[in-house]
Ligand binder design. Sequence first.
Ligand code: PLP
Length: 428
Amino acid sequence: MDSEQLREYGHKMVDFIADYYKSIENFPVLSQVQPGYLHELIPDSAPIHPDSIQHVFDGEILHLDIQNKILPGVTHWQSPNFFAYYPANSSIAGFIGEMLSSGQGGGVIQGTASEAVLVVLLAARDKFLGKFGKNALGKLVVYASDQTHSALQKACQIGGIHPENCRLLRTDSSTNYAISPAALSEAISTDVANGLIPFFLCATVGTTSSTAVDPLTDLAKITKSYGIWLHIDAAYAGSACICPEYRHYIDGVEEADSFNMNAHKWLLTNFDCSALWIKASQANLVVDYKDWQIPLGRRFRSLKLWMVLRLYGLENLQSYIRNHINLAKHFEDLVVQDSRFEMVTPRIFSLVCFRVLPSSKDEGLANKLNHELLNAVNSSGKAFMSHTVLSGKYVLRLAVGAPLTEERHVNLAWNVIQEKASALLSTT
Ligand code: PLP
């Protein structure tokens, strides 16, 4: 979508919101429908083909879906007739500000996959404490790899898990930085022998550092045999699994107790929107979502994800992902063709981990050189990359994923990298 479409859709949306505010008193202030009513009214899956905006606003979706299906389920917190609880104000100024804040700009990354892992860790902890008694807290052990996002450690800290009971299994290039099932089994056996209680494994599909994929099926066999809660963090790479050819990376997911992916990372959904799935028996008809999250109140995040699904359709979302992955492949080809560079880990999704090599095989020098190269590229203002450290190696990360990135941008980045590398290599 381009800026002209933003203008067109934005105007229509503002008109819709203005009309809604004008007539807000006409709605029954408290929703009149039964919880769960919407399930029957909306399709089970995202459309394959995109809906046209005309359709969305003037046709089926707005009139049938928003007007007839969604609005009846809304309790109108902004209605002048709302006197319940405490207010949750929004205002014209507020949502104009939100339109601005939802556009491109700066900001601070807030924890959302982080919230997901905290919530499920607390759920798993309480399940185990229910079984073993509250005094067992100091015996509960969490497993993950040394590549797992630090959000897990934060969750352990908040959840009162003893710092010594957080096992970050060492990974290396032999498994492309994925967890070794043998190492997990060994760690669990040792802990059990020492009277500890293994209770939680956080596996990752697409680690932050290098997109490593933990072997879910093998890990799930182990967690199942010990009754350990298996959480899958697919914050970034979960989006790629909407394409059939990448779906196999989450084979084994059916054995997981919880799964999380960030639609705000790579699925065109404005921050924040992190989808958490928890295996749970739905004994009650009404799921009380406040019990599945930390805050009581919640934003209507599903609406923007739903808009993305409807307006792009599965086919466009798949080609969006494939295009980024192809651009990353293209960049990988450029790296491979230049003998001064090497790929450090195999590229799986849209992240390329690579580095430039100094003439002598000195790892210290290689790290210094890559550090300087990154600084030189980033300070050029023409491209912005980040780095990671894998087995002591300073590695450059080029992650393709911005909605506006085209091949010319990737080529420009590569030109800058080559130019800065040439300058640095000539002085070493
Ligand atoms: N897990 C993985 C694999 C990530 O890559 C990230 C962020 O990059 C996170 C978790 C944390 O995500 P959030 O900012 O949504 O908490």
